[in-house]
Design a protein around this ligand. Structure first.
Ligand SMILES: Cc1ncc(COP(=O)(O)O)c(C=O)c1O
Length: 358
């Protein structure tokens, strides 16, 4: 195998080498049985065991109480932007728009009822988490995106609401969350948990009573949960990779230890920005709500930005280009990014600043 680079991709993103190796082994020969994990029925005993262990490890890692189900689905978080209001929106729902994905989620809900956008930070380039909003009295639920992958903000304190729905795609299992404070948590796997093609939802069971009758079985959260995410063939290999990731998170000391490491990693890069404030400009003005997963900043001009990226690549650091509508640099430092990767990036930032400042 060639040398692994520090891959700062926003997603699909870097995964732990141990997870990749264990999954690759299982793909070729599952536990020495002469077949790979992707070659067996999703209703086989082997896969039943994979499903059970994946869910029980997720439960213990995140402290998911009995009153919640875990559902795996395909179609990406974007499909859940539709499935969720289809299931649970009756009348109206509240959304706070903190970035592109939160905005897409709010748009996708419109065919199902009234969407109240309580607040949006779009007019300031999504550089903050808006404040001063008030939930509506009769909304079916209140929806947030906890970490804004493109703009580099996060809800450092989660809002309180009896029916709180959260897209956690870009910080799933990257920080400790109190699941009891949420009615629904969901996200795509392809940043912190595994490959693209599989989503995980954590659903409070009392929501089932209200599911709209028009939802077909394949998209109905209650049926999905009752049939153990296997109404039809689920993304079996993707689910297997989640299991390997959960084993790995446990070996790291659990989510609390992962979160501490994520804090340390993000601080290395934010400190490098702060050491050269005339050269590197963070795109987020709301400092307490800066993301620990996606660190966004700009250099003085495009030419320097390109040079920064090219020189980083030569040193084994890839995928640092900011999102197309934002520009600049985005360093995504998900769970699998080692501390050394952030040390290397911070060093590159210092050296690049020293060599290129005017
Ligand atoms: C926070 C967030 N939500 C939703 C999505 C959309 O995910 P998908 O491409 O799986 O539909 C993304 C993709 O990057 C994201 O970052």
């Amino acid at each position: 195998m060639g040398k692994r680079v520090y891959n700062f991709s926003a997603g699909p993103a870097m995964l732990p080498l141990e997870v990749l190796e264990a999954s690759a082994k299982a793909l070729v020969d599952y536990q020495g049985k002469g077949y790979g994990i992707a070659e067996i029925s999703h209703r086989s005993k082997d896969f039943d065991a994979v499903m059970d262990e994946t869910k029980s490890r997720a439960r213990s890692l995140m402290g998911i109480p009995d009153g919640y189900d875990i559902v795996f689905s395909q179609g990406g978080a974007s499909q859940l932007f539709i499935t969720i209001p289809w299931n649970f929106l009756q009348g109206s729902a509240d959304y706070v728009v903190t970035g592109e994905w939160a905005k897409k989620a709010a748009e996708a809900a419109k065919p199902y009822g009234t969407v109240n956008v309580l607040a949006s930070s779009e007019s300031t380039g999504f550089d903050r988490i808006p404040t001063g909003w008030k939930p509506s009295a009769n909304a079916s639920y209140f929806h947030i995106c906890t970490n804004n992958t493109i703009y580099g903000t996060r809800w450092s304190t989660m809002p309180e609401h009896p029916v709180l729905f959260a897209d956690m795609s870009s910080e799933f299992m990257a920080r400790v969350v109190d699941v009891k404070k949420f009615a629904l948590i969901y996200g795509g796997a392809q940043k912190n948990l595994g490959p693209s093609g599989v989503c995980m939802s954590i659903v409070r069971k009392d929501l089932y009573a209200k599911i709209n009758k028009s939802v077909p079985k394949l998209f109905n959260y209650q049926v999905l949960a009752e049939q153990d995410s296997r109404i039809n063939t689920p993304p079996t290999f993707g689910i297997y990779m989640l299991l390997e990731t959960y084993r790995w998170i446990e070996k790291q000391g659990g989510i609390k230890a992962i979160e501490a490491r994520n804090e340390e990693k993000a601080k290395l890069i934010y400190d490098a920005i702060d050491r050269a404030p005339d050269f590197y400009k963070g795109t987020v003005s709301d400092i307490p709500n800066r993301s620990r997963m996606n660190i966004t900043f700009r250099l003085p001009n495009e030419a320097l930005t390109d040079k920064f990226i090219k020189e980083a690549e030569k040193q084994g650091m890839t995928a640092l280009k900011g999102y197309r509508t934002v520009g600049g640099i985005r360093a995504s430092t998900y769970n699998a990014m080692p501390v050394e990767g952030c040390v290397a990036l911070a060093k590159h930032m210092d050296e690049f600043h020293a060599a290129n400042r005017t």
